[in-house]
Design a protein around this ligand. Sequence first.
Ligand code: FPP
Length: 227
Amino acid sequence: MDGNGRWARQRGEERVFGHSHGVESVRACVEAAAENGVRYLSLFAFSEENWGRPESEVNTLMGLMLKAIADEVDNLKKQGVRFRALGDMGRLEPHLVEAIKGAEDYTATPPGVEPVLDLIVFLSYSGKWDILQAARRLAADYASNPSAMSEAGADELASRLVTAGIPDPDLIIRTSGESRLSNFLLWQAAYSEFLFVDTLWPDFGKKDFRSALEEYSKRDRRYGKVK
Ligand code: FPP
């Protein structure tokens, strides 16, 4: 969700003004995803590297997250959207962790009932961190039987990533003209399609989301094989 800062600067405003407008785009994209049959929508809201931003910006972003959860949770539940947050939760303020947990419990569906959409917000997340924590857990789990570790396959590591049980992303959209992955789902993006658009995140709406799906439908996915 890139380009909030530039969007605000173009209007002579502080960067945080862009972030608060970015929440509108989040709402639009959640609705567009649910309306167009997307089953999982992941949002990279705050990276591990974002902790290095000025304290005031970090605090504003965390406050926006808290407010968005409080404002939107009823609406999400009504739409059949299950909310989850993934990342290094230990670095977040306890009251935010508590609000996240509350929203996760509130929007969870009963056993056997599939949500319309899984909305996954990545907070304090980086792809390298995820792979590292999975590798550490794998090593710990095999500590009593280290020779069995040489038999462990990719699935063994994938099942210890924070995204375990969530399908790898089919399409990754990056806004604002940046053409890189910036330490997002490094493992999980192995065969994702990428779409880089110039639109700044606060200008990215339902129409843009639908255009992205349209573009995705034209891609030919071969997974390294021939057709
Ligand atoms: C990147 O733009 C955007 C962020 C680091 C924050 C994204 C967060 C939100 C939109 C807030 C709410 C999120 C949810 C899920 C409710 P940037 O600041 O790097 O902008 P720039 O590239 O123009 O500097």
